[in-house]
Design a protein around this ligand. Structure first.
Ligand code: CAO
Length: 494
């Protein structure tokens, strides 16, 4: 028996008074689950609200220009059956208190789509949050059953993907559904001229673009002239099985491909001597054995990255048209390998956190990522990313920059090497570094300076007695955190 559902705006995070910029359906339309119903636009993001179920639209209660918040009625949908209740929204784990000196600040940066994502609902993914649409509330008299639309597909602002794609200083502005439409047709929205308000690109603009190209007009500035993807019947060569890509892998793939194609990457390789640091790390972990905190190399990498970003501010920036936005905050993302794919949780205000706090936060975020419980805010506003494959293996690799960031540091497995110390060869533990940077923003010399400085900063995090660089060790000692001093005291008592 058909049911009438009230489809409402789902949890859209901190956004209130969000403008409706597109209504894609009208009464009488038939929609499938996940079909976009409306597009919302805040000052930070453009998002499509998909349909929670298939059915026929009976009445649309919103129009372009309306302001909405979570719970606003979008439309009435007649379905053959009520949608099945999905799992309850993932609740964030209780957030650990930040460092005493670290006031909670709101990231000033625009959020951005993480480069890679996670799994099918309800696992959150970059640009998408788990937020159930089930409700057991009985329908109000004379009304349909209440249903929140599933989590919106959110595209965050940033060069290229989100609201603005930057090509040669021009920005393209399109809703996710228009972007999807363009993507399906192989059209780069950055090349399409928008005729809507503020130059917004509509489906019609994409269609006009295609017509113009078909008619022989070449897009200004030249295209990539990429030939079609090879279509091969692999079954001719042997047994095969086709596994559909998860939604997350598709999103990740699109982001990675965009970043790879649009950003002129250069990868600077280097290595850091972490012989003393490793001794110190082992001692630190021994001292904190009972506290249940394990400090891995990652926490030291984050600390050294903050120092290097302070020294080289252009690495802590984003391109925005013809400007470079330099950030004065230090939110460091790190790639986490999860069963659902690559995710990039972000440690906010890493400059205000001690080594132990960084280790604890990284462990918490990594486990949330693996459990699919990361919240959108925990993947947003990163300044710089670290991709540490050291726990797995490998020597060097070329990480892809996580736009709109301009650099990413890849770290591989540390290895004992014979190093010439001026008099003789000595065994040193060397950590391979692979820094990819955006050559539009960073020069080759700066890239080499950055990794050189980073290697020194990393070594300096160990006390001089452990082999840390004495000069920087003295300077850094001033700002070393209380937790580390406590650890040292404990170690001395033993
Ligand atoms: N060299 C040698 N050993 C290392 C190391 C390095 N560079 N980095 C970590 N290790 C060791 C750790 O000390 C730990 O050893 P013990 O258990 O003996 O103490 C072990 O490897 C496992 O560490 P870990 O990987 O679990 O922990 P981590 O804090 O170093 O890393 C995380 C956490 C989330 C970054 C990691 O688990 C992960 O997911 N890495 C994959 C990232 C990825 O997929 N990147 C590719 C993205 S594409 O650019």
């Amino acid at each position: 028996m058909p049911k009438v559902l009230e489809v409402k705006i789902p949890d859209i995070g901190d956004f209130a008074e969000v403008a409706v910029i597109e209504v894609m359906v009208k009464p009488g339309d038939t929609v499938k689950p996940e079909d976009p119903l409306i597009t919302l636009e805040s000052d930070k993001a453009t998002m499509d609200v998909p349909s929670p179920a298939g059915g026929q639209v009976k009445d649309v209660r919103l129009k372009v220009g309306d302001k909405v918040a979570q719970g606003t009625l979008i439309l009435l949908l007649e379905t053959a059956q009520a949608p099945e209740a999905p799992a309850a929204p993932a609740k964030p784990a209780p957030k650990a208190e930040p460092a005493a000196a670290a006031p909670a600040t709101k990231p000033a940066a625009p959020p951005r789509a993480a480069p890679a994502p996670a799994a099918e609902a309800p696992v959150p993914e970059p640009g998408m949050r788990a937020s159930g649409f089930a409700t057991d509330l009985p329908p109000p008299p004379g009304q349909g059953e209440e249903v929140n639309a599933p989590p919106p597909v959110v595209l965050m602002p940033g060069p290229a993907e989100m609201v603005a794609a930057v090509i040669g200083g021009s920005r393209s502005h399109a809703s996710p559904s228009v972007r999807r439409f363009a993507r399906e047709l192989g059209v780069d929205v950055a090349k399409v001229r928008g005729t809507g308000p503020k130059g917004r690109i509509s489906k019609e603009d994409v269609q006009s673009f295609i017509k113009a190209v078909m008619a022989g007009a070449r897009p200004a500035g030249g295209g990539l002239d990429i030939i079609a993807w090879p279509k091969v019947d692999f079954s001719k060569f042997g047994s095969i099985e086709a596994q559909p890509l998860s939604r997350i892998r598709k999103i990740a793939g699109a982001n990675l491909a965009r970043n790879w194609v649009m950003i002129p990457h250069v990868t600077q390789f280097d290595e850091a001597d972490i012989t003393g640091l490793e001794r110190y790390r082992v001692a630190l972990n021994k001292a904190h054995e009972k506290d249940g905190i394990k400090v891995t190399v990652l926490a030291f990498l984050i600390k050294a990255a903050v120092e290097a970003l302070k020294k080289f501010p252009e690495f802590n920036s984003s391109l925005d048209g013809e400007s470079l936005v330099i950030k004065h905050y230090y939110h460091i993302g790190f790639a986490a390998d999860t069963p659902n794919g690559l995710m990039v949780p972000v440690i906010h205000n890493a400059d205000r956190k001690s080594l132990l706090e960084l280790a604890r936060d990284a462990a918490e975020l990594a486990s949330k990522a693996r459990e699919g419980k990361l919240q959108l805010a925990e993947m947003q506003s990163g300044c710089f990313s670290i991709s540490s494959l050291g726990g797995i293996g490998g020597t060097l690799f070329t990480p892809i920059i996580n736009a709109p960031e301009v650099a990413i540091l890849g770290v591989s497995r540390a290895e004992m090497k014979q190093k010439w110390d001026g008099k003789r060869f000595a065994p040193r533990l060397m950590l391979p570094l692979s820094l990819s940077y955006d050559h539009r923003v960073i020069d080759g010399a700066s890239g080499a300076r950055f990794t050189t400085f980073f290697a020194q900063a990393l070594a300096s995090l160990a006390p001089a007695a452990e082999g840390g660089a004495p000069k920087r060790g003295r300077k850094a000692a001033k700002s070393r955190n209380a937790a580390r001093k406590a650890a040292k005291k404990k170690s001395k008592k033993r």
